[in-house]
Design a binder for this molecule. Structure first.
Ligand SMILES: *[C@@H]1O[C@H](CO)[C@@H](O)[C@H](O)[C@H]1NC(C)=O
Ligand SMILES: *[C@@H]1O[C@H](CO)[C@@H](O)[C@H](O)[C@H]1NC(C)=O
Ligand SMILES: *[C@@H]1O[C@H](CO)[C@@H](O)[C@H](O)[C@H]1NC(C)=O
Ligand SMILES: *[C@@H]1O[C@H](CO)[C@@H](O)[C@H](O)[C@H]1NC(C)=O
Ligand SMILES: *[C@@H]1O[C@H](CO)[C@@H](O)[C@H](O)[C@H]1NC(C)=O
Length: 304
């Protein structure tokens, strides 16, 4: 019966594998894949024209020993899952459902190694920020800036990219891809390129020092000024009280000066300093002689 079945499957395969409707599936080594169609009641699954498992009256039976602990069938969903994929699991799978939902499905499975994880580092360069994306195994590498591809290599171990300072705010990522999957490493150019720039050359770091020192000095000055102003305001009231006391005291301190009496009262105007003269800035006090004849011109006896 087994050989009969195999022959039938083989014939179906011969006729129908050439037909259209093949579904391409990609798998990754070590992972699982679930075939998309469900077979619930009766049918079989073949791999490269070899029947590997049956479903009869809702019971699953593995035909090829190598699929034990590898091929599973879910009696609830009717779906097949192949676990721990290896490269030799690639090939044509045929799912032939004979009862209930009758169909014939072809799957072309390709199993690939997992895409190697990319790593990015900065290289020394003059001008711009030179980045290198590296992988351990040859694969397709791409440098993206937002959604734009900036550099690409269909198969390589490393890919370079130079980022100019005006682009530091854009988002960059390196993508390592194979047909099965892609691995993306976002790279923060803004911090990585700036940080290393500072560590690499003394100029900007010195600038930072200058900025920090100046900022610290300014803030200390502000603190001093502020506390001085508060002190002043607080002590101001005390001081005004003291000042009024002082001015009272000063009023008592009357200053006296000598009076020079000029004998020639008549000609005193001649000895006045010329207001436009060189003594303009110094004040000259002129005391007139109190003459009795000005007040009482008729009484010659009164003379002060
Ligand atoms: C499946 O892959 C083959 C090449 O490997 C391609 O020619 C074919 O068009 C693909 N089929 C579908 C449905 O994508
Ligand atoms: C695939 O290769 C593994 C060893 O890597 C072997 O154990 C397994 O039987 C092979 N499978 C098939 C379908 O040839
Ligand atoms: C980068 O330059 C520094 C000195 O400026 C040097 O010590 C280091 O080895 C260089 N690195 C590379 C990868 O060339
Ligand atoms: C793209 O990468 C290659 C190899 O890493 C490098 O030689 C080339 O300069 C890069 N091109 C650009 C535009 O960064
Ligand atoms: C500070 O940085 C500017 C450029 O940003 C540079 O021209 C200048 O020489 C630097 N000054 C010091 C003291 O490093």
């Amino acid at each position: 019966m087994d050989t009969k079945m195999k022959i039938i499957i083989f014939c179906f395969g011969m006729i129908l594998s050439a037909a259209e409707g093949e579904k391409n599936l990609t798998g990754v080594v070590g992972r699982s894949i679930t075939l998309p169609d469900s077979m619930m009641e009766r049918g079989f699954l073949s791999h490269d024209r070899t029947i590997v498992a049956f479903v009869i009256k809702n019971k699953f039976e593995i035909q090829e020993k190598i699929y034990t602990d590898k091929l599973y069938w879910d009696d609830k969903t009717g779906k097949f899952t192949i676990k721990n994929l290896q490269k030799n699991d690639s090939g044509l799978y045929v799912l032939d459902s004979k009862e209930g939902n009758v169909f014939l499905s072809y799957y072309r499975l390709m199993v690939y190694d997992a895409a190697p994880p990319p790593a990015v580092r900065r290289l020394n360069s003059s001008g711009g920020c030179l980045l290198e994306c590296r992988v351990e195994e040859k694969t397709e590498l791409s440098w993206y800036k937002d959604e734009q591809i900036l550099n690409q290599s269909s198969s390589g171990l490393s890919l370079l990219l130079t980022v100019q300072e005006q682009d530091f705010s854009s988002s960059y990522r390196c993508v390592a891809a194979n047909p099965a999957e892609s691995k993306t490493l976002p790279f923060d150019v803004r911090t990585s390129c700036r940080e290393e720039e500072e560590a690499g050359s003394l100029g900007p770091r010195h600038n930072w020092t200058v900025i920090i020192v100046v900022a610290a000095a300014v803030s200390i000055l502000f603190v001093i000024l502020f506390s001085w102003m508060i002190r002043r305001k607080y002590l101001g009231q005390k001081r005004t009280i003291r000042q009024t006391q002082d001015s009272e005291k000063r009023e008592e301190e009357v200053q006296y000066t000598q009076i020079h009496i000029r004998p020639d009262g008549r000609n005193q105007r001649d000895s006045f300093p010329d207001p436009s003269g060189p003594t303009l800035n110094s004040l000259t006090t002129v005391y007139d002689k109190v003459e009795a004849h000005r007040i009482l011109p008729t009484d010659p006896a009164v003379n002060v």
